[in-house]
Design a protein around this ligand. Structure first.
Ligand code: PMT
Length: 325
């Protein structure tokens, strides 16, 4: 039974929905390997660095999840997200000294690659002579930056990139990261910019083969995806600093919904954005204030993420210090 929006679903009912979601989900490919990568990454970065402090680790989620309609999937429902927000934010977190686990939707925007053209292979390379290719002069700086910066942070063990496609993969990976990150308490942060599906077809009730189109209109019942934000905060990684996003197309309900998310899911911050203006401004909602963050080209601030991450890092520091007292 669907509850009217705003009403709390009882904890036992939510736990049961979450259990059933994970039990019926197709298991993650290479899950042992993925789990080991998370553990090694978090462990390495949580050891004391040169300044006598453990490095903070943020999990940035980016891009939209898909909902398959068939087990041998031909058709799926998708969520809007280019991955630009997540990729840009990752760059600024790395600049601020964080280690980043970047959980991203396959083939969406990547850190340090934002200024490459849409089709980098065909647009950046040109053929020279019979057997050589070279980077076109016009794109050479962007290509250099993308390659050198990405290789440097990966080689230093500061960036771990792992892809997802479906809602099943995304939530299983998020849970694995959370179980690993709980070991570093308040030094862990979740920055949940991915556009996550709200409705799905449970794997067990999904048809195996391609749905045939000859039999007229399609009737399909989608089940609500259990919101994992509260269990992430309460059970999976209770001391971590959590930021979720609220996306709406109607600006009139945006802040109200962000306030609701803050109190309902016990987030530390909610970043409210409206679809049409999301590249220009966002409002950061906390329990005490609402802060407008704007992109300001005249001050040399190229993107909204620069100021946004500065603010988040500052608030995370206050949070971490509150545990040192
Ligand atoms: O990638 P870009 O093109 O740059 O666009 C960035 C963005 C607009 C996608 C991004 O800024 C953004 O708003 N991401 C969140 C979109 C979204 O799913 O909003 P929502 O209001 O439906 O969900 C709110 C929060 O709940 C999100 O943090 C989401 O991770 C979480 N959620 C949602 C559904 C669900 N079943 N479980 C969840 O945990």
């Amino acid at each position: 039974m669907a509850l009217p929006s705003g009403l709390e679903i009882p904890k036992e009912a939510l736990d049961a929905e979450i259990k059933s979601f994970f039990e019926s989900a197709p298991s993650l490919k290479n899950s042992d390997d993925v789990g080991q990568k998370f553990e090694e990454f978090v462990k390495k970065n949580s050891l004391l660095s040169g300044n006598g402090r453990a490095r903070r680790v943020v999990c940035v989620t980016s891009g939209g999840t898909t909902v398959p309609l068939e087990q041998r999937c031909v058709r799926y429902i998708d969520n809007f997200s280019s991955g630009h927000r997540g990729a840009a934010s990752t760059e600024y977190f790395l600049k601020a000294g964080y280690a980043v686990i970047f959980l991203y939707r396959r083939r969406t925007c990547q850190p340090y690659c934002r200024s490459l053209p849409d089709d980098p292979l065909l647009e950046c390379l040109e053929i020279v002579g019979d057997s050589n290719t070279q980077v076109h002069q016009f794109h050479s700086q962007a290509v250099r930056t993308a390659i050198t910066k990405t290789h440097a942070v990966v080689a230093e063990g500061l960036l771990l990139k792992l892809p997802f496609t479906t809602i099943f993969e995304y939530l299983q990976m998020l849970q694995m990261v959370a179980f690993t990150m709980r070991n570093i308490g308040p030094h862990a942060m979740f920055y949940l910019a991915a556009a996550v599906s709200d409705f799905y077809v449970p794997w067990t009730s999904m048809v195996e083969h391609k749905i045939q189109s000859g039999s007229g209109p399609l009737d399909m019942r989608l089940v609500q995806v259990p919101k994992m934000l509260l269990v992430l905060r309460k059970d999976w990684a209770p001391l971590s600093f959590c930021i979720s996003f609220k996306l709406e197309t109607n600006s009139k309900i945006l802040l109200e919904k962000a306030d609701m998310a803050l109190s309902k899911y016990k987030m530390h911050m909610v970043v409210a954005n409206e679809l049409l203006s999301q590249k220009e401004e966002v409002v950061v909602v906390t329990s005490k204030e609402k802060i407008l963050v704007r992109r300001n080209k005249s001050l040399g601030v190229d993107d909204v993420e620069s100021t946004l991450i500065e603010l988040i890092v500052e608030r995370h520091s206050v949070y971490v210090e509150s545990f040192d007292l």
